[in-house]
Design a protein. Structure first.
Lengths: 385, 368
């Protein structure tokens, strides 16, 4: 039985990592209807922010180093939220009302982010800055002269193409200088050491040990969830977000700045992803491909829980975490040693991490046969709800 | 323009049949054979996405199933690869001494030839029916197909005893008609086979997209609720078209497998299935020539970029996704046939502007 409880605890912590990751997605997808396939990559960015903060704090040592983690949590939120706002303002804004197109475009963004983290170096950063600056200058320059002409769009495109070319040349030039060409992170995984106060045990309940890391992650996700709930339901901006979700045009007519609401919603969703990434660094080494491992599970959580419903998200992620952990570790066999042979064979068949995922996904697809809109469906009268 | 649209498929076919084999060496020809095999997948995705509006992110399932069907047959029928019990050697690594039961029928080439499209079609039919029956559509459909893809990926990846897991099944060292499948002679034959099957797939897609069935598909894409209110049940239409697309993907996967020399769970990775969609988007969805052009061009570009600068490919691919979606939603072929090229020339004063009547933005429209 002890084993069972510790397995449940394990499942809860897997579930709360999922919950951390899915809360941001629930906001972006549930409230804005935007499919953000780059969500996993925002988590990855959060993890790398943590790594940078840790590296910066390392030389200080002692008590100050122990404090790096709370700081990196905040920084991860801010950095990923800012990148999220930037993405929303430049790209996603153009694609509202076309969810499938958004899906493809954000996938493109995720590919670029993955490769950027793999190969970013000072030289590349400088090159990108040169390219963007030249692009804006050219665009302004051409706009001043030809903005009325019918061929301006094409000319502008040509200007940006030239800017990209100049940026590439600049990257190559900067690459010649040795110290600039060194990759910041490289394609390999990075390791973040958890601060001492998180390692080890946080006491016992009966005979069950409480591992600090896991408890911390559970607490963190609970806290963030409460904060999100408070923000959406009690704050002014939360009220505006909910209003825009219900009826965009009417909100606009009543003076709610809908485009700022969009930016803020997307920013918060991305920021939460960053925090999730920060928490994931505690569980093991992370790499540029971190996002892919979580993104499908996150979407499953949202679909299972019911879109736009925080309670559904909580239940679904914890449920998935527990199923995955209990089945995947084969604990059922140790708890019930004398079950019929057939059942034993089935459980053994699914008792690996990847096979438990198979079972979980099949479970979700079967579940959706009975409740196509998830556990807590949105109520509405529209045909296409 | 009409004549141009009618001629394009024939010109492409002539190039593929006569010009490419003469102009390219064996290696390049093999690459083009692969591109054409992938073009069949692109056609299938166009059928369900471009015409029916179902964005499936799980076509990799059917692609890989077709590949596995062929690879299993080839492995079983190759004497040199057989281990102790007359079964493929890799089984020995995992201590399996009896052929798993579902491998048995793959001894027969006839069965394998049927299985490579019947099995994907059956899986697609069942999965599709389960999803469509519940009126799951739009992005939810995409997410569910992606989850189904993960189910199959983890299953094939985790079951070493059944499919050799991550390693996949290698076909280049197997034999067919007494020759190595990977040998240049065989590869030329596979190229010819692909070039023959691609137009057939094209015709199948044209059959399904023309006439009343095609109209129903387009109606589903544009307004499914209205179709339902008009008294049609969209479920059979969607299921049939998804099933056909599954079969086409299976054929495509089989052709790709014999030409690339291996089938592995990587064919069921998330990224590969999304990539397939972008081939269609680049070429032009909702047209039948577009996907072929798109699949060939994007994959050719991929080979070029990966040979020159391997790290740059993801940047290029990501930029391609964003560019096509935001600036060129009709794709290359759609851009040309829908007058984009003409507008382009007109903007520079080279071609005459298209006449529009009434000029909505300039003239006031009299109300009553």
């Amino acid at each position: 039985m002890e084993l069972f409880f510790s397995q449940i605890l394990d499942g809860l912590s897997i579930g709360s990592v999922l919950l951390l990751a899915a809360t941001g997605l629930a906001i972006v997808f549930g409230l804005m209807g935007v499919i953000n396939l780059a969500h996993g990559e925002f988590m990855m960015l959060g993890a790398y922010v943590t790594y940078v903060v840790q590296s910066a704090f390392k030389p200080m040592g002692g008590v100050i180093f122990e404090l790096y983690f709370p700081i990196s949590l905040v920084l991860a939120f801010i950095v990923t939220a800012l990148i999220g706002v930037l993405l929303e303002r430049t790209l996603i804004r153009q694609l509202y009302g076309r969810p499938l197109e958004t899906l493809l475009a954000t996938w493109g963004v995720s590919l670029i982010l993955i490769q950027l983290i793999r190969s970013v170096s000072t030289a590349m950063m400088l090159g990108i800055i040169v390219g963007v600056v030249v692009g804006f200058l050219l665009s302004k320059l051409l706009g001043a002269k030809f903005s009325e002409k019918p061929f301006f769009t094409y000319l502008n495109g040509l200007g940006w193409a030239i800017a990209i070319g100049i940026g590439l040349v600049a990257v190559n030039l900067f690459d010649q200088i040795r110290p600039l060409s060194k990759a910041w992170f490289g394609p390999r995984n990075i390791d973040v050491t958890a601060p001492k106060w998180l390692q080890g045990s946080w006491g016992m309940i009966g005979t069950i040990e409480l591992p600090g890391l896991r408890i911390f992650i559970i607490l963190l996700s609970a806290l963030l969830l409460l904060a999100t709930y408070w923000f959406l339901n009690k704050s002014v901006w939360g009220l505006r977000i909910r209003a825009v979700t219900q009826n965009r045009q009417m909100s606009n007519c009543l003076g709610i700045p809908t485009d700022r609401v969009d930016s803020i919603t997307f920013g918060i969703g991305s920021g939460l992803a960053g925090v999730a990434g920060c928490a994931i660094t505690l569980l093991g080494s992370v790499g540029p491909n971190l996002g892919a491992a979580y993104i499908v599970s996150c979407f499953m959580v949202i679909v299972l829980g019911g879109v736009g419903n925080l309670l559904g998200t909580v239940l679904a992620s914890l449920l998935l975490g527990i199923i995955q952990s209990v089945i995947g570790s084969g604990t059922l066999l140790t708890i019930f040693p004398d079950m019929p042979l057939a059942a034993k064979g089935v459980i053994e068949f699914f008792a690996t991490t990847s096979m438990s995922l198979v079972l979980v996904f099949i479970f979700i697809i079967v579940f959706l046969q009975f409740r196509p809109n998830g556990m807590f469906p949105q109520k509405g009268r529209s045909v296409d709800a | 323009m009409k004549l141009f649209q009618r001629l394009v498929p024939w010109i492409l076919l002539a190039i593929a049949l006569f010009i490419l084999p003469a102009a390219l060496d064996d290696f390049r020809l093999n690459l083009f054979g692969r591109y054409f095999a992938l073009s069949i997948t692109a056609l299938a995705i166009d059928l369900i996405w471009g015409y029916t509006g179902l964005l499936s992110l799980g076509q990799g399932i059917f692609f890989a199933l077709g590949g596995y069907a062929v690879a299993m047959n080839l492995m079983l029928n190759t004497k040199s690869l057989a281990g102790g019990n007359g079964i493929p050697k890799f089984f020995e690594n995992y201590g399996v001494d009896q052929l798993p039961f579902f491998w048995q029928p793959f001894w027969s080439p006839v069965f394998a030839l049927m299985a490579l499209w019947v099995i994907p079609a059956a899986v697609a039919g069942v999965v599709g029916w389960l999803i469509f029956r519940n009126r799951i559509k739009g992005v939810y459909f995409s997410i569910i197909t992606q989850a189904a893809l993960m189910v199959f990926f983890h299953f094939f990846n985790g079951q070493q005893k059944l499919f050799d897991g991550t390693n996949g099944l290698k076909t280049s060292t197997t034999e067919l008609f007494g020759q190595l499948v990977g040998s240049p002679d065989m590869q030329v034959w596979f190229y010819r086979l692909t070039v023959v099957l691609l137009p057939l797939a094209f015709l199948v897609c044209r059959y399904f997209t023309s006439g009343r069935f095609g109209d129903a598909l387009i109606a589903i894409r544009d307004d499914e609720s209205r179709l339902r209110f008009a008294g049609f049940n969209p479920v059979p239409f969607k299921t049939i078209v998804f099933l056909v697309a599954g079969a086409l993907c299976g054929i495509s996967g089989a052709l790709y497998t014999v030409q690339s020399g291996i089938v592995s769970p990587q064919y069921m990775s998330i990224s590969f299935s999304i990539e397939m969609v972008i081939w269609v988007a680049v070429g032009g969805r909702g047209t039948l020539v577009g996907p072929i052009i798109g699949a060939t061009l994007v994959n050719y570009l991929r080979s070029l970029v990966s040979e020159a600068l391997p790290e740059a490919w993801l940047f290029v691919q990501g930029a391609l996704f964003i560019f096509v979606v935001v600036l060129m939603p009709d794709g290359i072929y759609g851009w040309i046939t829908k007058g984009g090229f003409r507008t382009f020339l007109a903007a520079f004063g080279i071609a005459k502007k298209a006449k529009t009547y009434p000029q909505l933005d300039k003239e006031a429209i009299p109300v009553d």
